[in-house]
Ligand binder design. Structure first.
Ligand SMILES: C[C@H](O)[C@H](O)[C@H]1CNC2=NC(N)=NC(=O)C2=N1
Length: 101
């Protein structure tokens, strides 16, 4: 199903509800810090499960104790859409459960 690009105002309104997330160029982005490498790895696996469920996938980078995501919508020509925010909200929820900061 095609999804429409969000306007700058729509992006800003949604970002206001997502602490720590920001717009970097045409992508939503956020980095999280965890207690250990294993904890960060577990969070990556959890994000992957959600991404498969939503059929929407970020560029996901695992560091020693960090997890970083950037996401935009390929099928909308690389624009930010509601699908990106849907994923960001789900990641924000699970990050809390993982104790990520
Ligand atoms: C066929 C499949 O539904 C599409 O390729 C999905 C998969 N994951 C995706 N992820 C992202 N970020 N953008 C997309 O447009 C997208 N499309």
């Amino acid at each position: 199903m095609p999804v429409a690009p969000l306007s700058q105002k729509e992006i800003e309104d949604r970002l206001a509800e997502l602490p720590g997330w920001s717009l970097d160029g045409d992508r939503l982005t956020r980095s999280y810090r965890l207690g250990t490498h294993f904890a960060a790895t577990a969070m990556v696996v959890h994000i992957a499960q959600v991404q498969e469920e939503l059929d929407h996938h970020s560029d996901l980078t695992l560091g020693y104790n960090t997890v970083s995501l950037t996401v935009h919508t390929h099928s909308a020509g690389g624009a930010v859409t509601e699908k990106d925010f849907e994923l960001a909200r789900r990641v924000a929820e699970l990050a809390h459960a993982h104790g990520a900061r």
